[in-house]
Design a protein around this ligand. Structure first.
Ligand code: HPA
Ligand SMILES: [Zn+2]
Length: 349
């Protein structure tokens, strides 16, 4: 049994920051900070439609998912060489280690780059080399999930998967992201079936802006093992019951939901209700460079807004570790680290 200490409100942020956790919903292109975007633009001779870092940051005022995606794809246009993908990923992993992330399962969007003429091998080699170096230097476990852009066709997704097959051993799964409304999961049934045949793990964004029907679609038509976001599931009681019964993890991203106007205020966020209902939810950053915070900022701000306590913190961190695609033995070792962290806090009370 784990020990969940009584933690004074003033010390809760310390516990949230210190606890070992997994980050399962992070788009690596969304970790590109404005400073790095400008540095890479200069290194590669790419013209940006913003005068400087401040002008770019000032454009980060989003009204919905699409208004964000337009700027996110513009930011990614500076990525051309293997070294660019490496530098971006090392910067994220260095930051994740500071947040006591022990495992990161990282989305990358190859179509954003291949359609600009960047080779699949350039992208994947840069990302993989960073994951390997970060593991060697800091001990963090990092794996890649290839995400299809749902505003493009299924044929394009299939061609992307085939182009990535020479690097099959360098990513563990596939996902589905970009503009959700109008692009239901059923559009990608064949490519997900193919990925499953190849032994890849399956996840998809669903129920971020889209209806519960899209979450059902991701589960039934695509056979995904985790739902990314999923916050709209609450509108469908039968879906909520199904998610609880099947133990499907939802990778929730509070600051993303706030910045993309999915919720008006963090105090209104439904994560505490979903957690209390028995769903396997946890906290993630989504696109930390754009949404004002890395994973610990998401935890700290959500807890400050909702009044959740140490028991909730334990459950969220544990859900994150147990929702990874790592082996059961590896997950158990991380849960032991989590228990040890909570025991240290209990002893200091
Ligand atoms: O939150 C998101 N939703 C959909 N696509 C995305 N691509 C990056 N972030 C997101
Ligand atoms: Zn996302």
């Amino acid at each position: 049994m784990h020990t969940v200490p009584v933690v004074e409100t003033s010390r809760l942020p310390l516990l949230l920051r210190a606890m070992p956790k997994a980050e399962l919903h992070i788009h690596i292109e969304g970790s590109l900070e404005p400073e790095l975007i400008f540095a890479l633009a200069e290194r590669n001779g790419v013209d940006l439609p913003y005068a400087d870092v401040e002008a770019l940051r000032a454009a980060y005022a989003f009204t919905d998912l699409q208004s964000f995606l337009d700027i996110y794809y513009a930011g990614a246009s500076v990525l051309l060489q293997e070294e660019d993908f490496y530098d971006m990923t090392m910067a994220y992993l260095r930051r994740a280690v500071q947040d006591n992330v022990v495992r990161a399962e990282i989305f990358f969007d190859p179509q954003t780059h291949t359609e600009r003429g960047v080779a699949m091998g350039t992208i994947i080699h840069g990302l993989t080399r960073a994951c390997r170096d970060a593991h060697a230097q800091w001990g963090i476990s990092a794996e890649l999930i290839l995400s299809f852009l749902r505003h493009l066709s299924e044929e394009d997704a299939i061609a992307t998967l085939e182009a990535a097959l020479p690097f099959r051993d360098q990513f563990i799964g596939v996902g589905l992201d970009s503009s959700e409304l109008g692009h239901p999961p059923e559009k990608f049934t064949r490519v997900f079936a193919r990925a499953k045949q190849l032994g890849l793990r399956l996840v998809a964004h669903a129920g971020e802006e889209g209806p519960p029907a899209y979450v059902w679609g991701a589960l039934n038509a695509l056979a995904v093992e985790r739902i990314d976001h999923g916050v709209q599931s609450e509108k469908d009681a039968a879906l909520m019951q199904h998610l609880v019964e099947r133990g499907i993890p939802l990778t929730v991203c509070p600051l993303s939901n706030l910045k993309l106007c999915v919720v008006d205020d963090l105090t209104q966020h439904n994560l505490p209700r979903m957690l209390d209902a028995g769903l396997k939810v946890m906290v993630n950053s989504d696109d930390p460079a754009y949404f004002g915070g890395y994973v610990n900022d998401n935890y700290v701000q959500l807890f400050a807004a909702t009044g959740m306590g140490a028991e909730h913190a334990y459950q969220l961190a544990r859900n994150s570790l147990e929702a990874t695609f790592a082996s059961p033995q590896q997950q158990a070792a991380w849960v032991q680290q989590l228990d040890a962290c909570f025991a240290r806090f209990a002893n200091r009370n």
